[in-house]
Design a protein around this ligand. Structure first.
Ligand SMILES: NC(=O)c1ccc[n+]([C@@H]2O[C@H](COP(=O)([O-])OP(=O)(O)OC[C@H]3O[C@@H](n4cnc5c(N)ncnc54)[C@H](O)[C@@H]3O)[C@@H](O)[C@H]2O)c1
Length: 433
């Protein structure tokens, strides 16, 4: 594939690859078969998820790696080799060979064609809908990192992929690890059993300091600079309300048992104004309204030197539930309870892979894609309420002509989209608007 393809060619190539893979796609890996895993997007999380997957179950082997950037792929291989040196059981499951390592924009197609049963998708979120569609068309089980899309067009694609995966009996786990984390499961069991009564309102937070930023190198084109610093561009990350805070928004939808019907909100770019930080906001505050009338305040901030808080808090007619990122959870009120930390903590990043592989082996494939597509769309709805300054309904967010795909998907010149301006930015818009 050339360095740069037009938007139409990108979509056509994906569709053609998808059709070709569909011919070869067969659902394997049930019972005691070895599950052969490939990773697409071998950065921090892709490498971590590969480790977690191999540690989470017996009979799982890592056989193929694909990444856009050769240096990132090499770094991943070096880290996995280091882990193998320290752990012979891990080494026995690491079966990546040079001829199954692929780079470039089409690396995902090559991983899918490399005789794998299961793929881990951990590139920047913009690529997720296309990678998911190709993986499911090829008949592969999937672990996809969150969020699963950045815009309405991506969500619609992912929902279609969800339906196809259900038809084919494929498993799709998504990296909202709180859904596999013991203290969350114990708290949700109590909430769903009525411990806090009817939930009236909640507050969910992801407030933190700054994050990494890579200095632009002379040989990087505009697009390479943006893709390497993907956090700071809405087309790639969805902005931090979608990229990070989706975790806590997902918990709100889980606790309330529904997705919101509308959102209003505010946000801006107050501290992180240097062009090296792209065009995203550094803070959001959103009011989500649910079908029952319950309201959830969502607050997310990335500002150096500010107070951190990550967690969720819900107020019901009989009590209050609170989950904090440090691994504590409690219920206050009539049915008071507190999570007792066990002697050995099960790592939820490993547990989510254990659960996914067990579901494949049992012939009862987990499919979390629709649920996390809804949580991702909730976050997009909140982002758009802040970007546009308007009230945004669920149906508007789902059906909007909002497609942030750049005119060329590839390395080359690419102007940074404008900073969204409430009162001016429209919900239905394209990359340059
Ligand atoms: N569940 C969690 O708690 C958690 C934690 C961290 C990150 N994540 C998610 O994981 C994903 C990756 O984040 P990260 O921290 O690993 O970022 P990263 O920058 O470390 O890694 C991204 C990798 O994807 C590669 N890449 C870019 N475009 C690609 C393409 N088209 N095809 C193949 N590879 C491509 C990059 O070269 C890089 O190696 C994001 O969606 C992020 O939100 C989830």
């Amino acid at each position: 594939m050339s360095d740069s393809v037009s938007r139409r060619t990108f979509i056509q190539t994906t569709a053609a690859a998808t059709a070709a893979f569909a011919l070869h796609g067969g659902v394997r890996a049930s019972g005691s078969d070895v599950i052969r895993v490939g990773v697409i997007g071998c950065g921090g999380r892709g490498t971590g998820a590969a480790r977690d997957c191999l540690r989470g179950s017996d009979g799982v082997e890592l056989v193929a790696l694909g990444d856009l950037a050769p240096d990132r792929l090499a770094r991943c291989r070096a880290e996995l080799a280091k882990a193998a040196q320290a752990d012979p059981a891990f080494a026995a499951r690491l079966k990546v060979t040079d001829d199954r390592c692929f780079t470039g924009f089409d690396a995902y197609q090559k991983v899918l064609a490399a005789d794998v049963d299961f793929v881990i998708l951990a590139s920047p979120p913009f690529f997720r809908p296309a990678h998911l569609a190709a993986a499911v068309a090829a008949g592969k089980h999937v672990f996809a990192e969150k969020p699963v899309a950045v815009d309405s067009a991506g969500i619609r694609s992912v929902l279609e992929t969800y339906r196809l995966a259900k038809q084919k009996g494929l498993a799709i786990g998504v990296g909202t690890q709180r859904r596999h984390q013991a203290e969350y499961l114990a708290t949700l069991e109590r909430i769903q059993g009525g411990a806090i009564g009817t939930v009236l309102s909640g507050q969910v937070f992801w407030n933190q300091g700054g994050l990494w930023n890579l200095e632009r190198q002379p040989d990087w084109t505009d697009a390479e600079w943006q893709i390497r610093n993907w956090l700071y561009f809405t087309w790639l990350s969805g902005d931090h309300i979608v990229e990070q805070h989706v975790h806590n928004i997902d918990v709100a939808n889980w606790v309330i048992g529904a997705h919101p019907v509308k959102a209003i909100g505010t946000g801006g770019r107050q501290v992180r104004t240097d062009p090296k930080f792209g065009h995203i906001y550094d803070h959001f505050a959103i009011d989500f309204e649910y079908p029952s009338g319950a309201r959830v305040l969502s607050m997310s901030r990335q500002m150096q030197g500010t107070r951190g808080r990550i967690g969720e808090h819900f107020i019901g007619t009989k009590g209050i539930a609170e989950m904090k990122n440090e691994g504590s959870a409690e219920i206050r009120g009539a049915n008071a309870w507190a999570w007792q930390r066990p002697g050995t903590r099960i790592n939820p990043y490993v547990q989510e892979h254990t659960d996914l592989v067990a579901s494949i082996r049992a012939g009862k494939p987990l499919n979390e894609l629709e649920t996390v597509a809804q949580s991702t769309l909730t976050a997009i709805m909140g982002r758009e309420a802040a970007y546009t300054g308007q009230e945004i309904t669920w149906d508007e967010a789902l059906n909007a002509d909002l497609d942030l795909t750049p005119p060329q998907v590839g390395y080359g010149p690419l102007a940074v989209p404008p900073v969204p301006m409430p009162g001016q930015t429209k919900l239905s818009r394209r990359f340059t608007e």
